[in-house]
Ligand binder design. Structure first.
Ligand SMILES: *Cc1c(COP(=O)(O)O)cnc(C)c1O
Length: 398
């Protein structure tokens, strides 16, 4: 018996059974649907991409996995080298893990221990955004601000070590002024807050965040698990403002296998580099640096570069802006577009009830949540397919 995610098992409707998938299409026994959300924002090259699939097959013929404790291998070394040259500045030190949530846990542990290693024991607090989402494990729920999780946190006490700020510069300045002595890091989903409701905000907020973190000696963490690899129209938001620690997941492997990475800059890495064994980072997920995941991630990045994916994403944004221009409805609160993400926020979540079925009948797989109907398509989508996705969204209101 499968226990499905985010679902009341008693009342959930039957999920669609996928028997094949290729390009932007998910195939069921009844027909095919465009996957308008890229399997939770990860399948950026579409399904059954020949280059990525071949990379997995080749590696599987050699070995699928060896542990990274005391062992190393070419796929993980090549991926770490690739990330070092692909990522901006001195974000050079890659710590791999098996999922985005774990990679965020690692980032927070790094930030906390960075100050412990320096003997600054009073820096115990984490600053994060209101409506933040950083994963489903306990510490990530704690730094997150999702109402669905509050009950579980209340059950084990207050969030004493986490402060939340909205994405407004005056609030940020105030939070730093009041708490900078006890802050160890500021963690953000940069520019686009995904699971918190596809909220978009301005880069000036992150420029200010960098400035305040530098002034007060606080580490800045970008959780780009969702935004990384082009989703915001930037390769990484870290290209615009550099964090001290960067977390990547979801699209890292082109959505082929769960894998994630926590990338530290030189300053953070040096905070652990010592003759003292107590200053080492004590973490090691069993499947970190999995050889299949690293092989396919490497190919994913190569394809991303060689086939100019940033141009593909600009095209997706242009078509989306063109198609959504002038779209209004009294039930719609706002239409937001950024890079490869479009969100139609409705005033009342009840408006979206039945949309998934409606979209499915028109050959589009969609999964609205909160007040959001949205699309985050695979970047290889054709203009015609993208227009079909956007028309389906608009037609729901007509
Ligand atoms: C999805 C997501 C995570 C969690 O990643 P998992 O691989 O599901 O654990 C963390 N942070 C952000 C911003 C995400 O979108």
């Amino acid at each position: 018996m499968i226990w499905y995610p985010y679902q009341q098992m008693k009342t959930m409707k039957e999920p669609y059974k996928i028997i094949d998938a290729e390009g932007v299409y998910l195939k069921t026994a009844k027909g095919e649907m465009i996957d308008s959300i890229s399997s939770w924002w990860s399948v950026i090259h579409g399904y059954k991409h020949p280059v990525l699939t071949q990379a997995i097959k080749l590696q599987a013929d050699t070995f699928c996995h060896v542990m990274l404790g005391g062992l190393t291998h070419e796929p993980v070394q090549r991926l770490a080298d690739k990330l070092q040259s692909f990522l901006p500045g001195d974000l050079d030190y890659s710590f791999f893990s098996d999922s985005g949530s774990v990679a965020v846990e690692v980032a927070l542990k790094m930030a906390l221990q960075y100050y412990v290693n320096r003997g600054e024991m009073e820096r115990t607090k984490v600053l994060s955004l209101t409506h933040a989402y950083h994963g489903d494990t306990f510490k990530t729920m704690e730094v997150g601000d999702d109402e669905d999780y509050h009950f579980i946190l209340e059950a084990y006490g207050e969030k004493k070590d986490v402060l939340h700020v909205p994405t407004q510069i005056p609030d940020l300045e105030q939070a730093f002024e009041a708490h900078h002595r006890e802050l160890n890091c500021f963690i953000v989903e940069p520019l686009l807050q995904g699971a918190g409701g596809m909220r978009m905000y301005d880069i000036s907020f992150l420029v200010k965040a960098r400035e305040l973190c530098d002034r007060y000696g606080v580490l800045l963490i970008f959780d780009e698990v969702a935004t990384g690899f082009g989703r915001t129209g930037n390769r990484f938001v870290a290209d615009l403002v550099q964090p001290d620690i960067l977390v990547l997941g979801k699209a890292l492997t082109g959505g082929y296998i769960g894998h994630a990475v926590t990338v530290a800059n030189r300053k953070v890495y040096r905070g652990f580099y010592s003759d003292d064994p107590d200053k080492a980072l004590m973490h090691g997920p069993t499947f970190m640096g999995n050889a299949l995941a690293c092989s396919v991630a490497l190919k994913s990045i190569e394809v991303f570069e060689q086939e100019d994916y940033m141009a593909k994403i600009r095209r997706i944004e242009q078509i989306t802006r063109r198609e959504m221009a002038g779209f209004t409805d009294p039930r719609v609160k706002e239409v937001r577009i950024m890079g490869g993400c479009v969100c139609v926020e409705v005033k009342d979540a009840a408006v979206l009830k039945g949309y998934q079925q409606f979209a499915c009948e028109r050959g589009v797989f969609s999964r609205p949540f909160l007040n959001c109907m949205y699309a985050m398509v695979p970047y290889i989508i054709s203009e015609e397919e993208l227009v079909r996705v956007l028309n389906t969204m608009k037609e729901w209101f007509s």
